[in-house]
Each structure stands twice: as structure tokens, then as C-alpha cells.
Ligand binder design. Structure first.
Ligand SMILES: [Zn+2]
Length: 311
């Protein structure tokens, strides 16, 4: 186990990443130190999209493996070059599917070109085995990455987000990739370019939009329970992202989010969560102003992210 990974894990733990964002189990410092049951998760996983780096946090190995293993493989397979196995004259060959619909079969030294051509001319039948990647699994992998990106962005406030009733459905979907708990949450955009990051979508229905390469995943604010009922009815939309600040998070605890408790007497408690999500505000102190955006809200507290310190 490498020293630098251990240091990175302990640093995240000290910044408050002391529970698994997926199952919410508590880590002990010893678990984090040992790195056997707790693991450092790159978001998205390097095996899926090494060129994108949106977040970093600790998850438990069980959640990472059970939830991640199969789903991340499917996501990697779907963006990589698709392959199939073709048996020709008793030897397995690899066939590659091109983006233009072509199929290329790579020859093998054991079979001469001549006998290869002969086999084709003789009308020999070839056995092709192809296991198409499961789109459903791949989508769960992108959902997991999007969720862990927002979680990493929010730091300690990420746990308040995680416990929100709308996000319970997201975490359940990540843990049970074979079940249809939510739907139409991931979409492929035409425009693969443009920066990867988290956008606070405020145009129509307020939500988070996480762009990772050609995938965009929508996540509701923490208590927007009807969000996925709407995506179920109306589909995933056209990939339009709306307006709002675009964040480029790095790792858990790097950005400054804080949760402020609201007392009962001030009357604010009647407001609805979705009303405040995405609102801008600022705190003035010592002649300086610190702009923030509201990331979470309920009767007792408001969570804000200070935008001037964002990396
Ligand atoms: Zn877990």
C-alpha cells in the first residue's frame, strides 16, 4: 500500500470525509489508515475516463466494488472500442467495430493470408461472440460519478445532501444497478467539447447538471422528491444545460461550504427547499463581501457554497 495514497486518505478524513457517501457507514481512523475497507475514489474512475477529473473522496471498498465493479466496466466498454471474438479455422480472432459501422478483424500469424482468403471463398461460417455492454450499468456508473462529484464539491455539507430524501433514491440506484429505481437521469450530448464540471441549472427546474465528456447527469436538490417522477414522464430532455455557475471541483473538503442553522422564530421555515436552491447571496464582513450560492435548504438550516474561493 503506497504511502502517498495513505496520506491522501488521511487528509480527506481530516477534512471530514468520515463516512461512505454511498451507504453512509462510518469510517474509523484505523480503517482509513489501513486502506483495506476504505478506498480513495477518483471521480470518474480512471478506468472509465482517465482524462476527466472532477472529484475525489473516500468510499468503502464494498460500495466501490459491488456498486462500481460491473457498472464501471460497462461504462468503460461503452466509450472504448467495441470488440468481438471471431473463431476462424479454430483460432480466436479479435474483431473491432469502427465508429463508421465497419468491422476489422486482426489476423493471426498461425493462419496464412492465403488460407484466410480461401476460407472466405469457400463460404465458411464463422462463429462470432459479442457481449454488448449494458447501457443500464454504464448509466449507473455515470450516476455514481455525478453524485460523488457533487458530494466532493460540497465537502462536509455533502452528507446533508446525501441524507436528503431525493438523494436516497440516487444512492439506492447506485447500490442496486439491476433495479429501475430512477430513470432518464443520464443523457448523451452531441457536444462532447466544452469544459467538464458541475453546473447549477436554474433555468427550468433547479437541479445539478454534471458534465463528463459526452455524458450529462442530472441530480435534484436534496429534497426535490418529485424530480425523478418528472424525468420519468418527460424523458431526459434535450441536453440543454440552462444557466448558473459552473464549478470545477477537485477533492472533498477543498471548497468552502458551510451550513447555517435557522432558528424557529424567524418565519423562514415555511419556505420550500426548491425556492432557495441556486439563489445567490453574500455575507459582508470587515468591509469585504463574500458571495455564496445556496446549495441546500430545509427548515432548520441553509447550506451555502462560497463562490469566490472556488478553485
Ligand atoms: Zn459504503
Amino acid at each position: 500500500m503506497s504511502r502517498s495514497k495513505k496520506k491522501a486518505r488521511l487528509s480527506l478524513y481530516e477534512h471530514g470525509n468520515d463516512r461512505c457517501p454511498i451507504c453512509l457507514a462510518t469510517f474509523s481512523e484505523r480503517d482509513v489508515e489501513e486502506g483495506i475497507t476504505v478506498t480513495l475514489e477518483h471521480v470518474p474512475p480512471r478506468s472509465v475516463a482517465p482524462e476527466i477529473s472532477l472529484g475525489m473522496c473516500l468510499t468503502c471498498v464494498d460500495c466501490n466494488n459491488d456498486a462500481g465493479g460491473g457498472v464501471d466496466q460497462a461504462a468503460a466498454k461503452l466509450i472504448g472500442r467495441q470488440k468481438a471474438r471471431v473463431d476462424i479455422q479454430g483460432f480466436p480472432h479479435t474483431a473491432y467495430f469502427g465508429q463508421d459501422g465497419s468491422i476489422k478483424i486482426r489476423g493471426r500469424p498461425e493462419i496464412s493470408e492465403e488460407s484466410f482468403v480461401k476460407a472466405f471463398e469457400a463460404g465458411e461460417t464463422f462463429n462470432v461472440s459479442y457481449h454488448p455492454p449494458q447501457i443500464r450499468y454504464a448509466n449507473v456508473s455515470w450516476l455514481k460519478s455525478a453524485y460523488l462529484t457533487v458530494f466532493s464539491l460540497l465537502g462536509r455539507c455533502g452528507y446533508i445532501y446525501a441524507e436528503g430524501s431525493a438523494i436516497r433514491q440516487v444512492r439506492e440506484q447506485i447500490l442496486k444497478p439491476t433495479e429501475d429505481i430512477i430513470c432518464n437521469y443520464a443523457m448523451k450530448t452531441e457536444n462532447q467539447g466544452g469544459p467538464d464540471g458541475v453546473l447549477m441549472n436554474r433555468k427550468k427546474r433547479p437541479c445539478w447538471a454534471v458534465k463528463m465528456g459526452q455524458y450529462v447527469v442530472l441530480l435534484p436538490s436534496s429534497r426535490d422528491d418529485s424530480f425523478y417522477r418528472l424525468t420519468k414522464v418527460f424523458g431526459e430532455g434535450n441536453g440543454e444545460l440552462g444557466d448558473g455557475p459552473l464549478f470545477f471541483p477537485s477533492k472533498f473538503g477543498k471548497n468552502i461550504a458551510t451550513s447555517v442553522e435557522i432558528r424557529d422564530a424567524d418565519g423562514v421555515e415555511k419556505a420550500v427547499g426548491a425556492d432557495l436552491f441556486g439563489r445567490n447571496g453574500e455575507i459582508s464582513s470587515g468591509g469585504k463581501s463574500f458571495p455564496f450560492v445556496v446549495v441546500d435548504y430545509n427548515r432548520q438550516y441553509v447550506s451555502v457554497l462560497f463562490t469566490s474561493w472556488l478553485n
